[in-house]
Design a protein around this ligand. Sequence first.
Ligand SMILES: Nc1ncnc2c1ncn2[C@@H]1O[C@H](COP(=O)(O)OP(=O)(O)OP(=O)(O)O)[C@@H](O)[C@H]1O
Ligand SMILES: [Mg+2]
Length: 526
Amino acid sequence: MTDKNNDTDSAFESAAGIDSEHDATSQSTADSATEDGDETESFGTSSLDDIVLDDVEGEDDADEASRGLFDDLLSGEPIFEQKEVLRPSYTPRKLPHREDQINNMATILVSALRGDTPSNILIYGKTGTGKTASAKFVSEELEATSEKYAVACEVEYINCEVTDTQYRVLAQLANKFIEKNREHISGRIDRLESLREDVRDGESSLAETDFESIDAIESTLETLQTEREEFDEVPMTGWPTDRVYSTFFEAVDYTERVVVIMLDEIDKLVEKSGDDTLYNLSRMNSELENSKVSIMGISNDLKFTDFLDPRVKSSLGEEEIVFPPYDANQLRDILQARAEVAFEDDSLSEDVIPLCAAFAAQEHGDARRALDLLRTAGELAERDNTDRVEEDHVRQAQEKIELDRVVEVVRTLPTQSKLVLFAIILLEKNGVHNINTGEVYNIYKSLCEEIDADVLTQRRVTDLISELDMLGIVNAVVVSKGRYGRTKEISLSVPIDETEAVLLSDSRLGDIEDVQPFVQARFDQQ
Ligand SMILES: Nc1ncnc2c1ncn2[C@@H]1O[C@H](COP(=O)(O)OP(=O)(O)OP(=O)(O)O)[C@@H](O)[C@H]1O
Ligand SMILES: [Mg+2]
């Protein structure tokens, strides 16, 4: 991973280096192109560049393909030194403000290095509070220490959002341990084979070994080879769960070791397939002869244990560690540490990090959001061709991220909700304020007729409006109309043009564009 980063880096630097010469050229190109009013020159092929290109073309045909499309983009001073560091996939080596939680995990897991079973751990905390990052950090440290002291301790990390059924979890674990066992056996075979050769050549004797003769070595070798072949890998589907479980059981118990199974997003597993997996894993220890298993569950849903069998709940929650949300100051420290590696020196103006931290602190102290903001702000600055990220880039980034979220939510709405939302948009576009449910319903009905969709009852449409309200797409407040009862006043809470564009990109709703005059006519009549 580090190597890869370095490669990308040096490639980028050298490309940027070449370009700094080019920079002046393409700049003057752009200027002269504008003066001449000659639009065809805008890709940087003015007279000056032509000369350069002609020269190059003479030397190397491959360069004919380059017309400077990327030159302008590369020409600015690079802002990022190592952008990877701001991506979610990057596991930082330093995790400020998580020392307590990390030490707590280490104190519990250290038993594994002494050959004992650590207590099961349940980790809780809202999204972006560093649970996964801390757990991965601790597991790397644990494995590194176990190698250092040559104790058999292994950590298996499973993301239950991806691996979300008992079958898949057990199959993945079984196959990992089968692979490890094969490696383990291969190591032993290699050692025995070289011992056999040495004894044959008279370079060593069997005196200090467990073998009495070369034949004894041969027979052990044969047994090992058979064992190595006998491990049956679990296919991704098709076996009865019992068989998958027993295959995993045998694989893990093949040698003496302590195994920590990390189940990240454990709530997703329980939601999708109940608590059988956890039940089976948590009762394994009483039957294992050589190995010991401990479970670490990670969740951002504090309530998921309500769905667990009480036995599983108490076994899994032997130890609980809470990850509280970060406050703005803590987010600042986190961003500072990452920014030092990610950005070139002096490319962040003073207010950038505090502002990213403040925005993310409002979003329940989510470090992922803070890092996204910082990265997006950097990308926007890069696009502006400036060499410094300013406060304004952070504000734009905040808007962009928020808009991306809205677009995603709107894009994935069911058709009926899209129609209701579109009705609200049409009303707003026609200058109707304090929209009420009846008005929405009338437009909604005509939209349904237009595209031959089922027409829901007004009651259902009222429910759909409440759902849109909960998603933060519209704002619906109940107002009292005195003796006429109460009514809802609806307004749009998201940018109108972008939202409309997303709705119209749906193939079913695409045709609705034509009904605009029709809707207009309805208003005129009113
Ligand atoms: N203390 C910290 N120091 C540095 N980076 C951090 C810290 N806490 C979180 N991060 C970073 O913030 C991002 C989100 O953290 P992480 O993935 O660990 O959150 P999480 O608690 O597992 O969230 P979720 O519940 O959504 O899975 C990651 O990029 C992580 O590297
Ligand atoms: Mg996580």
